[in-house]
Design a binder for this molecule. Structure first.
Ligand code: HEM
Length: 187
């Protein structure tokens, strides 16, 4: 088994392939604004701080899936596309923290909220294959967020991505989101 992929998101005044177009606090504390974002695969154990000139650096791990069931996994695999498509010049990094109330729930209650009552995957599938995504876990790394969610899409699918955000934020699952920052980027 390859070890899980470690990924660092570094915001700085310059240097990244992605230009930061906006940083918006949706719930809770914001992140400092910066001009550029770099997304780098880093060795495990390389720390969470980033370079000295970084405005901020966030570190996550592409971990195993927690909620997805076999039939959903099959449907996702049929339609989802990978990162790095040449036309996908718009992106978003959305770091998210969920409340203690969420983390105290047993796994079956969390799955019920996530999909049976919030239709996270069903809603998400409507945005595929236009939006490519990668989920990074970071709760166990001790940083300020539990998840770093990353999305790439062509500019003409920006409205579909906005609709997706609106639909997910209206769900019961989002009642448990107590910090969310939307970092929009383009390249
Ligand atoms: C592009 C369409 C999307 C699809 C197909 C999708 C699909 C999924 C799937 C399958 C999982 C479960 C992974 C697992 O089994 O552990 C997941 C988790 C997650 N997604 Fe999405 N998603 C989409 C969009 C979004 C967006 C736009 C956001 C943020 C605004 C988001 C935030 C999250 C978070 C935070 C989790 C982790 C939930 C947890 O473990 O508590 N997703 N997503």
């Amino acid at each position: 088994m390859p070890s899980p992929l470690h990924v660092q998101f570094v915001a700085a005044a310059r240097g990244g392939p992605w230009s930061i177009t906006s940083v918006t606090a949706i719930v809770g504390d914001p992140l400092p604004t910066a001009s550029s974002l770099t997304v780098t695969e880093v060795p495990a154990g390389s720390g969470t701080t980033g370079p000295a000139d970084a405005a901020w650096a966030l570190h996550g791990i592409v971990s195993n899936e927690r909620y997805v069931e076999r039939e959903e996994k099959t449907r996702l695999a049929l339609v989802q596309e990978g990162l790095g498509r040449p036309g996908a010049t718009s992106g978003a990094l959305i770091p998210i923290h969920k409340s203690d109330a969420w983390w105290q729930l047993p796994q079956d209650d969390r799955r019920a909220i996530f999909e049976a009552r919030s239709s996270h995957i069903k809603i998400g599938l409507e945005a595929l294959p236009a939006v490519a995504r990668r989920l990074h876990h970071c709760r166990d790394l001790g940083g300020p967020f539990d998840f770093l969610t990353w999305f790439e899409f062509a500019p003409e699918h920006g409205a579909a991505f906005d609709d997706l955000l609106g639909a997910l934020r209206a769900t019961e699952e989002w009642d448990y989101v107590d910090r969310e920052v939307e970092v929009r980027v383009s390249r």
